[in-house]
Design a protein. Structure first.
Length: 121
């Protein structure tokens, strides 16, 4: 799940487009991102606020992401001012749940997107 903040852009959609390109290497038009929810991230520890978006990937994008396992992104981003390196791995929800692959905050974000999709049907 790409994410982050921007010192230059106040537009959350521009930020997620930039972060997606930087962290996973995919250039996705901002019109494809769907707002899910905006919420405080860790209320007992921080005032930080997160805006969650979802995007439906096409078959080619998903196949490309699967091919990127063990390839760092961020380090290949132009000028890489943060020195950040991110690795992409496509896994099933059951593996995320049963192998403790993400923290509670990320699990909540994943389930928020999936529950929103379920409500549409």
């Amino acid at each position: 799940m790409p994410g982050g903040s921007s010192p230059v852009s106040a537009d959350p959609l521009e930020t997620i487009v930039d972060e997606t390109l930087e962290e996973v290497g995919l250039k996705i038009d901002k019109s494809r991102f769907v707002p899910v929810i905006s919420r405080q991230l860790a209320a007992t520890m921080s005032a930080h606020h997160g805006m969650l978006y979802s995007v439906e990937l096409n078959d080619d994008e998903l196949a490309w992401l699967k091919s990127q396992k063990d390839i760092p992104h961020g380090s290949d981003y132009p000028d890489n001012p943060t020195g950040e390196r991110a690795y992409t791995e496509v896994v099933k929800l059951k593996d995320i749940r049963y192998n403790n692959l993400v923290d509670w905050g990320n699990m909540g974000m994943i389930l928020s997107v999936l529950s929103q999709e379920g409500e549409k049907q």
